[in-house]
Design a binder for this molecule. Structure first.
Ligand code: NAD
Length: 442
């Protein structure tokens, strides 16, 4: 299957890459319109496929997939290349960028269409053809998108979607000699294998991986803003977002007050039927994943930590039709040591740890004390402090006094085990094109 997809993508490359950016832009916009037209059907499918709430699928996943196409349809029209003059040598130099060829795109299950289109859109906007492999766990909306490609005017072979497991379809793509670049979003463990497997081919890699994101809350934070946002950053999409907060450091002066208010609000989050628009937390992706997340809570308890609400503490009352689903209450753990696996490993579920700190210096060191470096949130009304702390945190994005506010123009990606490379208007353009420098003597 991968072989046939790569063959089709290779055959389509000469025609697609020779289209002008404006022609490609118009086609991307058309695809965006078609997905938007079917937004409700896409949202329903995404919610059923993953277990995420219909509200999240309607307001985040699918609108963002539409926006991904619109964004790159626009940004591809505005890139410029560089030119320098060397008058004494009678030379000018300029750079020229061309699409690379067939791009291999591999995406995870947690934001299915959102993350898949965040790769397809820049790759084809730049003139590449693609073989995309969505997660085998959530591939319905990728299939629905395929049905719209022809209507949008995308020539046959430009976008090929292969459905299959990581070990078979994913690895075949990674090892294929005619796929010179791989853009991957998923776990750090899989990224290690992809790096290993692609090394003999010297492929270009972009790796967007896991996180263990801290929220740092200083005692001058505005808790009326901070508490609802930190609840969202901890539990949105069942905590199954790479950017979710899972370590909350609270300065000692407001620690007790924060904890009391945070737990009281967490208990109000409604868990249950994902198709109910009043539900805040849907089902986790699978039974295995639910067990894994629960085990983290059990391990923390065995180490002496305290669970203040959620798993094992409060009872989960599910509607009749959802009794067998993989649901879990938002869970808050405290009195947990920094070395604990709950504070070190990515849990990827509705579980967050809250701990106290005393000084700025101390919290920076503790926040940086994990192998990951994806994102962080800092809460303070001291302008100097937010700049100081943000600059010293080892992660690719720092939000201060907010969370998940994105400008797609700007570089996105992780430090340390959270990734290699950046995505964004300029970064994706550079990744999906090859540059050469041309010197002209006059
Ligand atoms: P995963 O690594 O298990 O799978 C991701 C994709 O890789 C899937 O399509 C899978 O089929 C494929 N795959 C698996 N093994 C492969 C192999 N050997 N070769 C090629 N492809 C292979 O990740 P997941 O469980 O689907 O997603 C959750 C992870 O993704 C979390 O760690 C989360 O933090 C991360 N994530 C990161 C970002 C980011 O932007 N940094 C965004 C979303 C999710």
């Amino acid at each position: 299957m991968v072989e046939a997809a790569v063959k089709a993508a290779k055959a389509a490359f000469p025609i697609w890459s020779s289209k002008s950016p404006l022609e490609r832009s118009q086609i991307l916009n058309k695809l965006a319109d078609l997905i938007e037209h079917d937004l409700e059907a896409f949202a329903q499918a995404e919610s059923k496929d993953q277990g995420k709430t219909i509200t999240f699928a309607r307001t985040v996943d699918i609108p963002r997939a539409v926006y991904n196409f619109r964004f790159f349809a626009s940004s591809i029209l505005h890139h410029t290349t560089e030119c320098t003059e060397m008058p004494t040598m009678g030379c000018i130099h300029y750079t020229s960028r061309t699409p690379v060829g067939v791009a291999g795109l591999i995406s995870p299950w947690n934001l299915p269409l959102y993350l898949l289109t965040w790769k397809i859109a820049p790759a084809i906007a730049c003139g590449n053809t693609v073989v995309a492999k969505p997660s085998e766990m959530t591939s319905v909306t990728a299939w629905m998108m395929c049905k719209l490609l022809e209507k949008a005017g995308i020539p046959h072979g430009v976008v090929n979607v292969v459905f299959g497991t990581g070990s078979k379809a994913g690895e075949a793509l990674v090892c294929h000699p005619d796929v010179p670049l791989i853009s991957f979003t998923g776990s750090t463990l899989t990224a290690q294998r992809i790096t290993e497997k692609s090394a003999p081919h010297c492929k270009q890699l972009s790796l967007e991986l896991g996180g263990k994101n801290p929220a740092i809350i200083f005692d001058d934070a505005d808790l009326t803003q901070c508490i609802p946002t930190t609840l969202r950053s901890s539990f949105a999409n069942q905590g199954e977002i790479c950017l979710c907060t899972s370590r909350i450091f609270v300065q000692r002066g407001i620690y007790n007050e924060f904890l009391k208010r945070f737990v009281a609000e967490a208990k109000k989050w409604k868990v249950g039927d994902p198709s109910d628009p009043t539900v805040d937390v849907g089902a986790l992706i699978s039974k295995e994943h639910l067990e894994k997340v629960r085990n983290y809570v059990k391990k923390a308890q065995a180490e002496g930590a305290r669970v203040l609400c959620g798993e094992g503490v409060d009872s989960l009352a599910l509607p009749a039709g959802n009794q067998k689903g993989y649901f879990m209450l938002p869970t808050v753990i405290t009195e947990v040591k920094d070395e604990s696996c709950c504070m070190q490993e990515e849990i990827f579920g509705p579980v967050t740890c809250v701990v106290a700190f005393d000084t700025e210096e101390e919290v920076i060191e503790r926040a940086n004390g994990v192998k990951y470096g994806l994102a962080a949130t800092v809460w303070s009304s001291n302008v100097g402090r937010v700049h100081r702390v943000a600059r010293r945190l080892q992660c690719g994005w720092v939000w201060t006094n907010c969370w998940l506010v994105r400008d797609l123009n700007l570089p996105f990606g992780g430090m340390k085990a959270s990734g290699i490379g950046r995505e964004g208007a300029k970064d994706s353009y550079e990744f999906f094109t090859e540059v050469k420098t041309i010197t002209i003597k006059h």
